[in-house]
Design a protein around this ligand. Structure first.
Ligand SMILES: *Cc1c(COP(=O)(O)O)cnc(C)c1O
Length: 240
């Protein structure tokens, strides 16, 4: 069912507001003129809403569940660029790589090996981010910060992947000051391990910041923000 004109107008307003907030956050920390990639996370909404976001100019769309990504990617125009942002099981790697150009959740070595193997067999070269557990919460996945210096030199074994940065999520319920420290940790970690990377591997991307904390992440150097709920404020999807 197509979206109502009210919902489309609301979506456009939300998107404009978020883009303005992004610009403001960049200006405040002296990064005006730099670009931050907005990945619109569509996990809360049906494919019609994702399609409308695409029409409004969001080319980069994200999903946390692989099955949702497959279905929406099948529905939307092939020009949409899909990001797998949530946990990925190994048995879903092959199918996900048919659709997703970006994997933000490279959170353990066996998964990276599976991505390497399937990407080679499919003849694709996905962009992959190493997810780091920056909040220290047991429930969060990701490499531990202290593991990274050992992981990064081994990236030379993963020639089929374009490993191009780090991804992190701030702790649930953390204060603004704590979140800022966690984002800063990710940036420092990147600066620390970049010299340990094999030739050709550049960790230029920092995927950090969601609806509640993206201005803090931008202030700490985010190059990609993953925004979901803030896009859908005020939408009436009962009558989508
Ligand atoms: C859901 C999700 C997001 C978006 O979260 P919001 O708080 O709704 O903006 C970003 N990243 C990941 C990994 C997610 O699962």
């Amino acid at each position: 069912m197509p979206l109502s004109p009210e919902n489309i107008a609301r979506l456009r307003e939300n998107l404009e507001r978020i883009q303005q907030e992004l610009d403001r956050a960049l200006r405040r920390c002296g990064r005006s003129g730099e670009r931050v990639l907005l990945v619109a996370v569509t996990k809360y909404v049906p494919a019609e809403v994702a399609l409308e976001l695409f029409r409004l100019g969001c080319r980069h769309l994200g999903e946390s569940r692989p099955q949702q990504l497959w279905t929406k990617a099948e529905t939307l125009p092939a020009e949409a660029i899909w990001h797998q942002v949530g946990h990925l099981q190994r048995n879903k790697v092959r199918r996900t790589l048919r659709y997703a150009r970006w994997i933000h959740s490279g959170d353990r070595w066996p998964l990276l090996e599976a991505l390497q193997h399937e990407a080679a067999s499919l003849g694709v070269r996905p962009r992959v981010l190493l997810q780091v557990n920056i909040s220290g919460e047991e429930s969060k996945s990701g490499f531990r910060p202290e593991e990274l210096p050992e992981v990064v030199p081994r990236l030379k074994e993963l020639s089929q992947l374009e490993v191009c940065g780090l991804m992190g999520m701030s702790g649930l319920g953390a204060s603004a000051a704590e979140k800022s420290r966690q984002f800063e940790l990710l940036r420092r970690l990147r600066d620390q391990v970049q010299p340990l990377c094999p030739p050709g591997v550049e960790l230029r991307e920092l995927s950090m910041g969601m609806s509640d904390d993206f201005p803090l992440a931008v202030a700490q150097g985010a190059t990609i923000v993953r925004i979901g709920s803030a896009l859908y404020e005020g939408l009436d999807l009962g009558s989508a």
